[in-house]
Design a protein around this ligand. Structure first.
Ligand code: SF4
Length: 251
């Protein structure tokens, strides 16, 4: 009975998400391509258009960190305790991208160290990897007050550094954790319930959106779907064992 209720709740959530996506697409006069059965529903991130989003020269992670410095580019610098740049291997094959630091991360200056972070660590270990093998970062590097959603101006100022981090690492796969990361990277409003479960294209790099670990803490039944997404990532990594790492394609 409990399983039935879970399935019914999940189904209603998907219906709500699709309804929202259709409404948004209709408002913006976009084609409802993801409703057409048999069609490829994967998304390709649009080219970098803003001048500061152009990837001109490949830098190292250290270069990017130095360029970011003690960043004051948006107002989030005022209340942060620590800037959370990201951590892991500069040669990581997988990069996990979340939304923004929370209270624990702000305090420690490290990404994903709170309860959600511990769950992400377990997911990484279940993939046969460890945190130092992968790279973990966020769209924003400073904590929004009260963990509110990031504002467009904050993203505009901070995202170029994420792009440069991804360019420096050139991973084989990117995993976008949660709605916000998926929407920001893919420049879409399509709900995560529709986006997850398949690869999309982030400037030549396969990107798998999945649920944020914080969502899993509130909805443990979604762990099964995250595991399915993660298994696809592992399969893709296996397939690309002898393939050269992709470069991020700018304009
Ligand atoms: S959020 Fe990003 S752009 Fe804003 S102050 Fe922090 S590092 Fe700088």
């Amino acid at each position: 009975m409990a399983i039935r209720q879970d399935l019914a709740a999940e189904f209603m959530e998907i219906v709500d998400s699709l309804t929202m996506a259709i409404t948004l697409d209709r408002e913006r006069r976009r084609p409802l391509s993801y409703l057409t059965s048999g069609k490829d529903m994967s998304i390709t991130a649009p080219p970098f258009l803003a001048p500061d989003m152009q990837v001109c020269q490949r830098s190292t992670l250290q270069d990017v960190h130095e360029e970011l410095g003690d960043c004051q580019r948006c107002s989030l610098c005022d209340k942060r305790k620590n800037l959370v740049f990201g951590e892991g291997s500069c040669r990581a094959e997988v990069v996990f991208v979340g939304e923004a630091p929370g209270a624990d991360e702000d305090l420690q200056g490290r990404p994903f160290v709170g309860r959600a972070g511990q769950l992400l660590t377990k997911i990484i270990e279940a993939m046969g990897l460890s945190r130092p093998d992968v790279y973990i970062c966020n769209i924003l590097k400073c904590r929004p007050p009260g963990n509110r959603n990031p504002l467009p101006e904050e993203i505009r100022m901070c995202e170029p550094f994420l792009v440069k981090q991804l360019e420096a690492i050139a991973p084989k796969v990117i995993c976008a954790l949660g709605t916000f990361a998926a929407h920001t990277l893919l420049k879409t409003d399509i709900p995560i319930t529709v986006l997850r479960g398949r690869f999309h294209d982030y400037h030549g790099i396969p990107l798998m959106p999945t649920y944020h670990p914080a969502y899993l803490l509130r909805n443990p039944s979604a762990k099964k779907q995250v595991w399915e997404d993660v298994q696809q990532i592992m399969k893709r990594l296996d397939e690309t064992k002898n393939v050269q790492r992709p470069e991020i394609q700018g304009e």
